[in-house]
Ligand binder design. Structure first.
Ligand code: ADP
Length: 768
């Protein structure tokens, strides 16, 4: 310990006790004193001595530090006077403990308080000393402000770096292979969702946090870079313990010792989740935009400030597009065009030069095959951030198909007009409220009205329509509104003279309330139909007569028989009456027989008369079995004459059918006679005729006539129902064709097939 006599400031204040005798020693001492004085006084470090709570000594550097002169401080100021109030307890405590001898040396930092009130950081290194029997504290002071500032700056820059890492989602990580220690920056911890305390287990754990699908790849990349392979540069997904998925990009470098052993693996991690999400969002939005453009337009384009194309993106699969790039660098009007004219182009360019938006600018380009390509273009001006015009951006649509459709429509309209004006069919447009709005001459002619009648508003279609078909007209109108289809139907119109005209009418709606009708006059057709029906009837009648002709012999027999019996019975009666007394009972019996036979003959004649009648009978409800039975009776003799046995199987409880009795009987008669005739030519085998009625699964009546004749040769079967097809020398070949038209006019079907074991079956159905 240095012992100091007195604490008098100045260069000459120190004196060593044990050097006192010789002058030489005096001189040396003097020199040393001066040397120390100079050193202390000129030291850059502040030096002080405190005793009795006062600065006993401060060197100039110390005084300057606090903004005082040494004189101002020495013996005047207490050490606490130059300490920032907040640090005074700290300093005081330090001084006290030294003076109390608790410890000797101290090394600490406090905030100094300058004379002008400002504060600064002071580093103090001090120790307690014994001087002139008194404990004091001496030490050195260093202005720490610069270092403090540097430290603050460092801390600030560290904080900034942390903040930057957080904002940029960048972090660092380091693995020390010697100590097995792992260090992670905060951002890395955040990305993986781990706490810094988890770190000891980190090296074994991080792979578990990598998405299972990316795990093998991530592990391999890390292992490869440690082995000396490529630098670690890998992107993978992290599944945080809380389940959230992050995407990270890792890059790292391995440092090695001289022998190539890895020492350290240091790298950075960038959390690119948001980036990827933003990219995905951007891509999705671009796809949405693209889809929108693709579905709405055929081309997206951009032009520069001079209106030259810099970009063109055509929808795929679009016909007629120019070769890719062919129009780049050219203005719209430098690409060959057919339309519009110069004036329209001038106006378009005016718009462009004024940097105004434009919409549906239409132009026509020539196509290589000499055709026309119609295009409609719209564009918006684009300005940069400084507001300078940089070009246009817009879309285009190929309107060729639309134009063609328009032309086709125009052509169609022209055709419709020609159709209207040709006056082949009547055409009217009408309002659902009853007005006839327009009509062509043919329409007026059919109805016998004049154009003046039409103009006067006299014509209303409900007045022209007979009451019984008004409902049908309204129903058709509702139907066309619902289905869009107007079923053509026949109806009648009242003509101006009150007579009726049959028409065929078809219509379609023009809008909610108006429609157009096409009217064909059916007068001629009706007349022709009537004539045809008449001819058919006469033909059928002729056929009946012919068929009956075949029965002449049988019918003669049928009629002759009761007449002959009558003769016999009359003679018998006469004989009974000639007895005396007359045998009245016998005579009565004979007379009864006469009455019965006469009735039988009458029946036959009645039926024949019916069948040979010309007139059409109205369609009535009739029992099919009764009608068939009558025919069988009529042909009974004919069958017997030809050695044919007849079997009937008539189903009971059949519902009545609606039809013309005579016509249906004609069919059965024809089929029976054909069968009998077919069998009559046979030299051997049984001759069996079977007539059956039944009900089909569909509920129709079925009548079948089967024979055991030669059957139908294929060539015959094909033409069976054609008129004038016959294999008989005297045949007309009309029977079956008439039968078929009769059955079909009753809504039924007639057909022939083979019978087993031989022969043919003819059967027909009739709806109930
Ligand atoms: P037609 O009796 O005047 O010849 P049809 O139209 O009644 O006229 O008959 C046409 C042809 O059909 C007959 O010539 C005959 O060859 C054939 N045909 C009709 N019915 C039978 C049948 N049951 N068996 C065999 N062939 C038949």
């Amino acid at each position: 310990m240095v012992r100091v006599d007195r604490a008098k400031p100045g260069a000459d204040t120190f004196k060593r006790e044990d050097v006192a005798e010789s002058g030489r020693a005096e001189e040396d001492l003097q020199e040393t004193k001066e040397l120390f004085g100079v050193l202390v006084e000129s030291a850059l470090t502040g030096i002080y001595l405190i005793q009795d709570d006062r600065f006993r000594y401060v060197n100039p550097a110390a005084a300057k530090m606090f903004g005082y002169t040494a004189a101002e401080m020495m013996n005047n100021l207490s050490p606490l006077d130059v300490v920032h109030p907040a640090d005074r307890p700290l300093v005081q405590e330090n001084l006290r403990r030294r003076i109390d001898g608790e410890f000797v040396e101290a090394h600490y930092q406090f905030r100094g308080l300058r004379k002008d009130g400002s504060s600064f950081s002071v580093l103090v290194q001090s120790r307690s000393i014994q001087l002139a029997g008194k404990i004091g504290v001496m030490g050195t002071l260093v202005d720490n402000s610069d270092i403090q500032r540097a430290m603050d700056k460092l801390r600030e820059s560290e904080a900034k770096s942390e903040e930057m890492q957080r904002l940029a989602h960048v972090g660092w990580w380091e693995a020390d292979f010697r100590t097995e220690r792992m260090s992670l920056s905060e951002e890395v911890c955040r990305s993986f969702g781990v706490q810094p305390d988890d770190l000891p287990a980190w090296r074994g754990r991080w792979l578990e946090l990598v998405h299972p699908e990316d795990r093998a790849r991530a592990a391999e990349a890390a292992a490869a870079s440690v082995r000396g392979g490529p630098r670690l540069d890998v992107e993978y997904r992290v599944v945080r313990p809380d389940g959230a998925v992050r995407i990270v990009h890792i890059r790292g470098n391995v440092t090695r010792d001289g022998s190539g052993r890895p020492l350290r693996h240091f790298g950075v991690l960038q959390d690119i989740t948001e980036l990827r999400r933003a990219e995905d969002e951007l891509r999705a939005s671009e796809e949405r935009f693209r889809a929108l453009v693709q579905f709405s337009f055929d081309v997206y384009w951009e032009t520069d400030a001079e209106h030259r194309f810099i970009r063109q993106e055509y929808v795929r699969d679009l016909a007629d597009t120019p070769a890719p790039g062919a129009e780049i660098g050219k203005t719209r009007w430098e690409v060959p065009y057919l339309e519009p004219d110069e004036e329209a182009w001038r106006r378009h360019r005016e718009t462009l030069d004024a940097h105004l938006p434009f919409r549906d600018f239409e132009l026509v380009r020539p196509t290589p095959d000499g055709g026309r390509r119609y295009v409609s273009v719209s564009g918006l001006p684009v300005f940069d951030q400084a507001g300078r015009f940089v070009g246009y951006r817009g879309v285009g649509r190929s309107t060729t198909a639309q134009k063609r459709a328009q032309e086709a429509l125009r052509e169609m309209q022209a055709q419709v007009r020609r159709l209207v004006e040709a006056n082949i069919i009547g055409i009217e447009t009408w309002h659902v409220d009853g007005r006839i709005l327009e009509a062509n001459d043919a329409y007026l002619r059919i109805l016998g009205y004049s154009r003046e009648d039409l103009v006067s508003g006299l014509l209303r279609w409900p007045d022209l329509t007979p009451p019984e078909s008004l409902d049908i007209s309204f129903a058709r109108f509702e139907e066309v509104k619902r289905t869009g289809i107007w079923q053509t139907h026949q109806k009648e119109y009242f003509r101006k003279d009150g007579s009726r005209v049959p028409v065929l009418i078809g219509a379609t709606l023009l809008d909610e309330e108006r429609g157009v009708s096409f009217v064909v006059d059916l007068t001629e057709q009706k007349r022709a139909e009537d004539a045809l029906r008449e001819a058919q009837m006469q033909l059928a009648h002729a056929n009946r007569l012919e068929t009956m002709g075949q029965l002449t012999a049988s019918i003669a027999h049928e009629v002759n028989q009761p007449i002959a019996a009558t003769m016999t019975n009359a003679q018998t009666a006469l004989r009974w009456l000639s007895f005396d007394p007359p045998n009245m009972d016998g005579a009565r019996e004979a007379l009864d027989n006469i009455v019965r036979d006469a009735a039988r003959a009458g029946d036959v004649v009645h039926r024949i008369r019916n069948l040979t009648r010309r007139a059409r009978t109205p369609h009535d409800r009739l029992e099919i079995n009764a009608a068939v039975q009558e025919v069988i009776e009529l042909t009974h003799t004919e069958a017997m004459r030809n050695g044919v046995s007849v079997r009937t199987e008539l189903a009971e409880g059949l519902p009545p059918v609606r039809g013309d009795r005579v016509e249906l009987q004609q069919v059965v008669l024809n089929l029976i006679l054909n069968a009998v005739e077919a069998m009559s030519g046979m030299s051997e085998g049984p001759r069996e005729l079977r007539i059956a009625t039944s009900k089909t699964d569909a509920g129709d009546i079925l009548v079948a006539v089967s024979d055991s004749g030669p059957g139908l040769a294929p060539a015959v079967q094909e033409n069976l129902f054609k008129a004038f097809h016959t294999t008989k020398p005297n045949g007309l070949g009309l029977g079956l064709s008439i039968c078929r038209s009769i059955v079909e006019s009753h809504g039924g079907r007639l057909w022939a097939s083979a019978n087993a074991p031989r022969g043919a079956v003819f059967q027909f159905t009739l709806p109930v």
